[in-house]
Design a protein around this ligand. Structure first.
Ligand SMILES: NC(=O)c1ccc[n+]([C@@H]2O[C@H](COP(=O)([O-])OP(=O)(O)OC[C@H]3O[C@@H](n4cnc5c(N)ncnc54)[C@H](OP(=O)(O)O)[C@@H]3O)[C@@H](O)[C@H]2O)c1
Length: 115
């Protein structure tokens, strides 16, 4: 376990891609890490990696488009690990492919947003 005074970074989208890689960079530098994403499976896998790097970690499921859920996730991480030093927004989505070959459901997934 790292020094209890080591700073805490919270990373949205920390269960995959850029967010997950960023979480590992901080973990290896002695930071404590909070991870937020929607899916439990990805969060569990990222948690495993961060813990393997010797860092304390807390995870919380939330959709960043849902401000109440996001606040609850932040509060849960603060309750587990203390004050947040740094917040990184990595949650995002996209799709790669030829326009005519991307399924409609994928367009919807990427472009539908909530107020
Ligand atoms: N990778 C690249 O080369 C690249 C280059 C330029 C820009 N970008 C942009 O950078 C962003 C991240 O890319 P990436 O490659 O790291 O993507 P990724 O591997 O798909 O990871 C996206 C992360 O965001 C989370 N997420 C997505 N929507 C969310 C939501 N509504 N609420 C909470 N968490 C959410 C995902 O977890 P859940 O799905 O479980 O929520 C996952 O942890 C994207 O917007 C992408 O377009 C990426």
């Amino acid at each position: 376990m790292k020094d209890a005074q080591s700073p805490l970074v919270v990373i949205t989208g920390g269960s995959s891609g850029i967010g997950r890689a960023t979480a590992m960079l901080f973990a290896r530098r002695g930071w404590r890490v909070g991870l937020i994403a929607r899916g439990a499976e990805g969060l569990a896998a990222s948690r495993h990696d961060v813990e393997s790097a010797g860092a304390q970690v807390a995870t919380a499921q939330a959709d960043v488009a849902d401000s109440a859920a996001l606040r609850a996730a932040a509060d849960a991480i603060v309750a587990a690990l203390g004050a947040i030093e740094l917040w990184i927004n990595c949650a995002g989505n996209g799709v790669y492919g030829w326009f005519g070959e991307v399924p409609e459901a994928e367009f919807r997934r990427v472009t539908e947003v909530r107020a």
